[in-house]
Each structure stands twice: as C-alpha cells, then as structure tokens.
Unconditional design. Sequence first.
Length: 199
Amino acid sequence: MLCVHFIPFVLFFRLAGASLVVPFVNYWWRGIPANILREALSTLLGQDQWTFRIAHYAPWLFNWWMTQKWFPSLSMMAGNMAVFCDPDLEILKELSKKPSVGQEKIRQQGMYESLFRDIVVGYGNWEFGPLDLTNPFPENEGSVHIWQGYDDKIIPRQLNRYISEKLPWIRYHEVRDAGHLMIFNPKTCEIVFREFLLG
C-alpha cells in the first residue's frame, strides 16, 4: 500500500500497473473497522501479536524485545515453523535444495537496520490508511492487483480482502492452497505475471 501511495503519479504514467503479492498489513490502520483489525491480529501466533503490539505502542523498546531471551518474540526469527502453512513448508523444502545467492547481504547492516526498523515503521502510526488511496490509473491505463494466499498464516487474508472490497479499482486474487510464499511456486508466479501483463 505504501508504494501505491508514495509513487508519484508522474511515474504511474510510465507503469503498466502494480502487483502486490501478499502485501504487508498494519493492524492499526485508520479507516478499517476495529473488529476486522482485531480479528486479523488474533489469527497470528500469540508471540507475534505481542511483538507487533510492542512495535506499535513502544517502538523505543522494540530492539530490546527482539534481543531479550525471557519472552518469545517474532516466531519466524525463532524458527517456529507453525507460522507456515503446508504449501509454504513444501516451498521451503524445495528452496532449501537450491543455493541462496546473495542471502548474506540481507543482514549486512545488522539486524536493527535490516529488519527491526522495517517492523517498527510498518506497524507504526501511518499518516494515511489504505482506504484513503485513490486509483492511480483512473482512465484504466493500468491496474493494481493484490494476490493473497488463502492459507497464509503470516498476512491474514481478512484485511487485504476488506481493502479490495472497499476499493473496487483493485483486482483481488485469493489463491486457494497457497500461503505466504506462493510467489516461489513457479505455477503461481506465472499466473501472477500472465494476469498482470495480459489480463
């Protein structure tokens, strides 16, 4: 949602559109009913709910929260595989067979700069909500797509579905038997590109 908001309209005239694959959601976005936000947050593991609450309500404490050992923090970083659905686990198994080129560069600036700051910004107070967005392609010269895995345990489908219902110019695709890592499935990746380029 940030890219749709912050990419200048001048640049949008050069784009065919935007495809957001399992885009990030914020459980404190303005304009979305509190019950929907609560329901989406409640689908996450308890330790992730606490982690995101700390990022939102006490960002100055977030680095400590992520490095302390008394309480569990972000499940994915702790290696908790319960955060992945079965399709994601299959993809992870396939990905582990291939060399990961450039993985060492992901955290070269340290965990705080490479990951923690992204989480704090993502779950902070935004100056806009996704329902404040306007269609960047009002003359249908391009399109915006959201692709959401139905079984995604990391990004709950409720929020992206709600946003797409309220913004009819977004083309929403909910993929059955797919999770957070669905873009790494070659068939799904091909469908995403085909829909974007030919749809």
